[in-house]
Design a protein around this ligand. Structure first.
Ligand SMILES: [Zn+2]
Length: 243
């Protein structure tokens, strides 16, 4: 195993990360390419809402929180997926989506900023990258054993979509809530926007058809709200429900 692994990672570099210097790591350019490929698949599957006013609102909010993130120079794009499910998606490299359902669901730009900033954190903290590297290394190892062909960017994008849409970024959701709250606050929005949105969803948990994804892939809303109740006052100096 120890002898095989470096060879596997070298193949990962050659096959997936064209021109990378470090065979252990997907480079920034490739990370963006994987995200772009995933974005094309996602848009082909759901369609994008072409509504100038809605798009303008999302762009204004999304770009403002992205500018307050740790990686303001990523090629951030914000689009609206044409589905009524209340959802938001983040792909590597800064391809962020709100669903039509989410755009209708949020009650304010502060809440929209909160959820967009949560997704921005998944991208600027590279939550998908290490998981993709691990999954690709494992699948390439399996390939070497079975002598099948090498993987591509497309397959890495498939892993990114699987992570975001069906599994969630396990262990990273509280981090995304916390830093998302920080980015939104830094960008000039209310510090409790995300907390407000989570509280709304918590009240609607009886309507699982709309927010199934969030319930399946993220930690319980009550726990996320509780953690923000502790964090928000550290930013504002006021209790979370007295902003
Ligand atoms: Zn998340």
């Amino acid at each position: 195993m120890r002898l095989v692994l470096p060879a596997v990672l070298l193949v990962l570099c050659v096959a997936v990360v064209t021109g990378c210097d470090n065979p252990l790591e997907i480079d920034r350019e490739t990370e963006i390419e994987i995200g772009r490929e995933g974005a094309a698949e996602l848009e082909a599957e759901h369609g994008v809402v072409e509504d100038a006013a809605l798009q303008h609102r999302l762009d204004a909010v999304g770009k403002r929180v992205a500018a307050a993130s740790g990686e303001p120079d990523l090629p951030w794009t914000f689009k609206i997926l044409d589905t009524e499910k209340v959802n938001a998606v983040s792909l590597p490299g800064g391809f962020i989506y709100a669903t039509r359902g989410m755009m209708e669901y949020v009650e304010s730009d502060d809440q929209l900023a909160g959820v967009m900033a949560h997704e921005v954190v998944h991208a600027d903290h590279h939550h998908a990258k290490s998981a993709i590297e691990k999954a690709m290394a494992q699948s390439l190892l399996a390939e070497l054993v079975t002598r099948k062909s090498s993987k591509t960017i497309k397959q890495a994008a498939g892993i990114a979509l699987e992570l975001d849409m069906r599994q969630g970024y396990r262990g990273k959701e509280y981090e995304a809530d916390r830093f998302g709250t920080l980015y939104a606050f830094r960008a000039g929005y209310r510090a409790d926007g995300l907390r407000q949105l989570l509280a709304l969803m918590h009240a609607d948990e009886g309507d699982p058809a709309r927010i199934t994804w969030l319930l399946q892939t993220h930690p319980p809303l009550s726990k996320r709200i509780q953690r923000l109740d502790e964090y928000v006052p550290t930013l504002t100096g006021k209790p979370a429900d007295g902003q």
